[in-house]
Design a protein around this ligand. Structure first.
Ligand code: FPP
Length: 237
């Protein structure tokens, strides 16, 4: 149930969890330790988003390009993700719906099965939707949507001239969800890095000079306050 008086009420937020590697390097630790701390912050901020009434949140956990990282770093992130897939069964009491966005075909079969179980088991919940973008790429998502619609055309279920923005949106992994009101990127970088390219058309970009493992609930409050000060015109005046 959405409570209109909460600070995050009705908001859709995208979060690029950046800076884990630098956080670890600054402490002389292996990069995987930065991801471990980043995963703890992700757990806490996910719950906090739900507590403050956020409608949907999208966390960028692993991109279609991240496979080129050193093998031990990739396996470290996958291990953290696997641990999360077990912990996430606890979301029942928070009424959180879970969704995984991205191409799962490259993930281990047991992960794919758990992801499906978590999505199906939480589909009827009425609280926040927590989206995890795993092996996700914005360009890959757009290509996937194009293939889905092309197959419908080939099957005679759709005419090419019927393909419009609404149908494209409906063929994205985010079908039925609100586009992000703002996308938050800690670590001082000012790039989308292939995150939600279709959905970010009118998202406000909020960057923060702090690394993701140092990100706090107060930083999210500050980002929401910053978003509320922005004037959005959606192409109008
Ligand atoms: C970007 O920081 C971060 C990632 C590529 C991985 C994010 C993964 C997690 C927070 C944990 C796993 C996810 C779940 C859902 C449990 P970077 O490594 O590029 O940082 P840098 O720019 O400082 O090197």
């Amino acid at each position: 149930m959405q409570n209109e008086t909460l600070p995050g009420s009705g908001l859709s937020i995208g979060i690029i969890m950046d800076g884990n590697g630098r956080w670890a390097k600054k402490r002389g630790l292996p990069r995987t330790m930065g991801h471990k701390k980043g995963a703890e912050v992700f757990m806490d901020i996910g719950r906090y988003c739900s507590d403050i009434g956020v409608e949907s949140v999208f966390f960028y956990a692993f991109s279609t390009e991240n496979w080129i990282r050193p093998a031990d770093e990739v396996s470290g992130i996958m291990r953290l993700f696997g641990e999360y897939l077990i912990k996430a069964f606890d979301y029942k009491k928070d009424n959180i719906r879970l969704k995984f966005l991205g191409d799962r075909s490259r993930l281990p079969a047991e992960y794919q099965a758990r992801m499906q179980e978590l999505e199906e088991g939480s589909a009827d919940r009425t609280g926040m939707t927590l989206n995890i973008c795993m092996n996700y790429g914005g360009r890959d998502e757009i290509a996937h949507a194009a293939r889905t619609l092309a197959a419908k055309v080939q099957a005679g279920e759709l005419r090419p001239e019927e393909i419009d923005v609404e149908r494209m949106s409906g063929a994205m992994y985010t079908a039925g969800q609100k586009d992000p009101d703002f996308i938050l990127r800690p670590s001082g970088e000012k790039r989308l890095s292939n995150f939600m390219l279709w959905q970010a058309a009118y998202s406000e970009l909020i960057e923060l000079d702090k690394l993701w493992p140092d990100f706090t609930r107060a930083d999210l409050d500050a980002a929401i306050a910053e978003f509320n000060r922005r004037s959005r015109r959606f192409g109008g005046v």
